[in-house]
Write a protein that binds this ligand. Structure first.
Ligand SMILES: C[S@@+](CC[C@H](N)C(=O)[O-])C[C@H]1O[C@@H](n2cnc3c(N)ncnc32)[C@H](O)[C@@H]1O
Length: 281
């Protein structure tokens, strides 16, 4: 059987430059505007295709080194092309943030945007690593999403996936059980509530500020949401279905997003929070 274009896209997490314009990329300037002083070293964790590294190296002439840590080899490759013009001011390291590597340098700024939910339930490992690698006076800038959840813990993208699975013949009441048996932790559980996350962060950091705004995703056509889902969530949910039904699944997610757009005037609307944190001694 030949894989569909969307299945291949999901496997390689391709198309993120276009997809992230709908949500994640909108946070970039918001985050970079929180950097003060003249940092020399910045680490970006879960650096994806290198967009934040690129912008920070352009904005901040004081930066002599920006290091990206990222798990996906496809994304590292794309970031390498995007960042080539910055020469030895940038370094990309393939790494799993749940088992972060030793690095020789300390950082004045560490950023982690739209990544934290993927590290659940082991966020404490990366928080400890970050605390220990910030210079005195250094800051950690973190974004986190906080969709509302139902009694099963489902919310945000889980809801759109539930609608898509229902279209494919799964009873809505069976979806939480299907997630559990397929090893899919609802994204709305992964994201934690702002209160729970704040408690966890306070073990490692002082919360200098924490501000929240709405992240609203809108699309102009069905395919655009199918593409956004594949580039952002890859096979995370699609793995719940047999391989021969995955193309159908991605199409159903696109249809679900488009139906929401027509009925509600947006696909999703959830709070995104920006934390500015400094290390506790
Ligand atoms: C939604 S993207 C965010 C990319 C970028 N930070 C941004 O704001 O656009 C999440 C990124 O985190 C990476 N990621 C997820 N889990 C990871 C892990 N355990 N270790 C390293 N990177 C991870 C993914 O490969 C992906 O590039």
């Amino acid at each position: 059987m030949t894989a569909s274009a969307t299945e291949i896209q999901a496997r390689t997490l391709a198309g993120y430059a276009t997809a992230s314009a709908l949500r994640q990329a909108r946070d970039r300037d918001w985050v970079l505007d929180k950097i003060t002083g003249e940092p020399e070293v910045l680490f970006d964790l879960g650096s994806g295709i290198g967009q934040l590294l690129d912008e920070s190296l352009t904005r901040l002439p004081s930066l002599r080194l920006a290091v990206g840590l990222e798990r996906s080899e496809h994304r590292i490759a794309e970031a390498g092309e995007r960042l080539a013009a910055h020469g030895d001011r940038v370094r990309l390291v393939r790494a799993d943030l749940t088992d972060p590597p030793e690095l020789a340098e300390r950082a004045d700024v560490i950023t982690m945007t739209s990544v934290l939910h993927w590290l659940h339930p082991d966020e404490d490992r990366i928080f400890r690593w970050i605390r220990d690698r910030l210079t005195p006076g250094g800051a950690f800038l973190l974004t986190s999403y906080h969709p509302a959840r139902d009694e099963h813990g489902l919310g945000g993208e889980d809801e759109i996936v539930r609608e898509a699975l229902t279209e494919l013949g799964v009873a809505p009441a069976a979806v939480p059980g299907l997630f559990a048996s397929g090893g899919v932790t609802p994204i709305a559980v992964r994201t934690r509530t702002p209160g729970d996350l704040g408690t966890l962060l306070e073990r490692f950091f002082r919360i200098e500020s924490s501000v929240q705004r709405a992240a609203v995703v809108t699309v102009e056509e069905e395919r655009q949401y199918e593409h956004f889902h594949a580039a952002t969530f890859g096979d995370y949910y699609a793995g719940l279905l047999e391989p021969e039904r995955r193309a159908e699944f991605f199409a159903a997610v696109g249809a679900s997003g488009w139906r929401r757009q027509r009925e509600l005037g947006r696909v999703s609307d959830m709070p995104v929070r920006l934390w500015r944190l400094t290390p506790r001694g």
